[in-house]
Design a protein around this ligand. Structure first.
Ligand SMILES: NC(=O)c1ccc[n+]([C@@H]2O[C@H](COP(=O)([O-])OP(=O)(O)OC[C@H]3O[C@@H](n4cnc5c(N)ncnc54)[C@H](OP(=O)(O)O)[C@@H]3O)[C@@H](O)[C@H]2O)c1
Length: 282
């Protein structure tokens, strides 16, 4: 018999790559009686991933969730609310890839729609479901630092009173500039992943600031995470030398540490965390 509390956890974009490894590790870490949702935008790919984990003796539950689709995100949140009344762990991991086979100007709209507007959809749908002592983690990257951005843009990602929706509007302006071919001249970084990750971290900071009183009182932690370089289909085309890249399973260890910090933990809060250490924002 175990007296460990039964937790409810969800990982988005979990049918492959890092997300799949996060589900695998959460299933083992949370143990019997807990529910770990493997959220996938595609039912077939989600079923295949669940079957693989079941073959390892684990019991994830499949939830269909496309972060670009309001109705899909709302339905997933409604299902969690109906079945459990709340949630203990949310990891927003889903992300679109960038291919080298097409100009980034043709990919930027879908990329930001998924990685940034999608993150906001998950925040808006799942933050209201967070139970006391819940952990909300956005998988970002160490690229997500203001140091990687021209100072002309800093106020759009770091200012008193800045809202989550204003950050998304900054990303819409970035999309428009990239599509128009004026982004570089305006001072945006060339690789579209950099502004996107900065915006994700900025959103976590704004959420942590806005909810500070309530989250502190209820023991809730919200953080962004950098997994380091991880060997996945998404990263392989971009980094010539993958010899130092972690496997997804190894990278999942520190992320699940962050997502399962015990009740009573106060730090990190509103931070970007890599290998268990907060990284500087500026
Ligand atoms: N790999 C690295 O070195 C590295 C480094 C730093 C940060 N990260 C971050 O870690 C996270 C996971 O990366 P990864 O390397 O594991 O990428 P990946 O292998 O491309 O996996 C991304 C996952 O997101 C899903 N996804 C894409 N669009 C979606 C949507 N609209 N709705 C729901 N799910 C969607 C994909 O589903 P499909 O299978 O259906 O496409 C896939 O399951 C990302 O946030 C990435 O930026 C990765």
């Amino acid at each position: 018999m175990t007296d460990a509390p039964r937790k409810v956890a969800l990982v988005t974009g979990a049918n492959q790559g890092l997300g799949l490894a996060l589900v695998r590790r959460l299933c083992s870490a949370l143990g019997e009686g807990s529910t770990v949702y493997l959220a996938s935008r595609d039912t077939g790919r989600g079923e295949a991933a669940c079957a693989m984990l079941q073959g390892e003796g684990l019991r994830p539950e499949l939830l269909r969730l496309d972060v670009t689709d309001d109705a899909s995100v709302s339905a997933a949140a409604a299902a969690v609310r109906a079945r459990h009344g709340g949630i203990d762990i949310v990891i927003q991991n889903a992300a679109a890839r960038i291919t080298k086979d097409a100009p980034q100007s043709e990919q930027v709209l879908q990329f930001i729609e998924t990685n940034n507007h999608g993150t906001l959809r998950i925040v808006e749908a799942f933050v209201p479901l967070l139970r006391d002592n819940a952990r909300f983690v956005v998988v970002a990257s160490s690229f997500g630092s203001l140091r990687n951005l021209d100072p002309r843009f800093h106020a759009r990602f770091d200012a008193p009173g800045l809202t989550l929706h204003e950050i998304e509007r900054a990303m819409d302006d970035f999309v428009a500039a990239t599509r128009a071919g004026t982004a570089r001249e305006a001072g945006w970084p060339d690789w579209i992943n950099i502004p996107s990750k900065i915006a994700q971290v900025a959103s976590v900071r704004v959420l942590a600031r806005d909810k500070s009183e309530e989250f502190r009182r209820r023991g809730i932690l919200v953080n962004a995470a950098c997994p380091g370089l991880v060997d996945t289909e998404a990263s392989r085309p971009w980094f010539g030398d993958m010899s130092k890249a972690a496997t997804s399973d190894d990278a999942a260890v520190d992320l699940v540490w962050l997502a399962a910090l015990p009740a009573g933990t106060e730090h990190p809060y509103g931070a970007l965390v890599r290998h268990r250490q907060p990284l500087p924002w500026v």
